[in-house]
Write a protein that binds this ligand. Sequence first.
Ligand code: HEM
Length: 371
Amino acid sequence: MPGIGEFWIVTGYDEVLALLTDDRLRAEHQSDESTPAPAADTDNPVAHTLLAVDPPDHTRLRRLVTRAFRVRRIAALRPRIQQLTGELLDTITPAGEGDLVADLAVPLTIGMICELLGVPAVNRADFRRWSVAGVLPPAPPEILRLAEEAQKKLTGYFRDLIEQKRADPQDDLLSDLACAGSGDNALSDTELIGMAILLVIAGHDTTVNLVGTGLMTLLRRPDQLATLRADPSLLPAAVEELVRFCGPIGLGLARFAAGDIEFSGVRIRRGELVMASLAAANRDPARFDRPAVLNVARNELAHLGFGYGIHFCLGAALARLEATVAIGTVLQRIPDLALAKPAEQLRWRTTSLRGVAELPVTFAPQPRPQD
Ligand code: HEM
């Protein structure tokens, strides 16, 4: 692949599952003699996030944030997610048109993760521009350049914000982490900044795609849309099916061989890159009945769209809840929702994640809500 070179790609459901639980395949870059780890990595907070490290560092970092993302704690956010979704839809319903990516998915998901972390509202628009910061090697060089620039901006931003939180702690996750004690709870400043960047990027960019691409996928399948409108209790199952069918992780999850190993009958050498293709695993006909068909009533939780094993998505409960509320509210409030241009002409993202970059829609204008 241009900019990445050669790598292995694992596509079967069982094989991806095996890969994600195999500790010979690591998240951290494993150098071999010919490709030493990039020296700059030691200063880059994004290279030290949960996603990019292995146990024991991974275990320590994950323990620090797990509590904040417990299912019950996330469930308590439902009224706030509902309120924000309602306010955002109020801004477009009187006009009878809008872009459900820019006007709903982006501000909803950024708003929620920033509220959790304690990022002031004034800075939130910047995060959208910087969202490419989550990308690490392996990736094409032009994307890595953009990512590095965004990483620098975000590092500076969070360095200042963390200082403020230490001086004047508030009731938010960043204050908790910034003031976490010593010993087992200790986080280096680089790790703390990395965690903040990871949460703010992973905490919205993926979900934007689930809401935007998910709604687009439903609009293109009127039978599935009608089934869902007729029985809104299917919403959680429909969201799960959308993660399986058109989830935002395109090419896959990167792992590196920690030694010369044999995996699934293939010899892989130390340091070689192995990609787990979640998209392919989620459409494996050996695992899913008619996998290329969207079925909102499928009710299949065993898809791999949120990963598997020790790196299983920390924010899955939040993503599920945001997508359920956003998609459910759009369908309930806008019965005549239609794409404003043919699906084939929609702009798609060009960096890292898979999804539509816009979702222009039209419908009959609705009276402005009373104050
Ligand atoms: C549709 C939305 C989302 C999808 C499809 C998704 C997908 C994933 C996947 C596949 C992984 C595993 C990565 C790996 O094994 O290398 C992951 C990890 C992670 N996700 Fe998500 N994610 C979503 C939303 C979120 C949200 C809302 C948050 C934060 C609030 C979040 C935070 C994280 C974090 C922190 C990790 C790293 C966990 C670890 O390495 O221990 N994600 N996500």
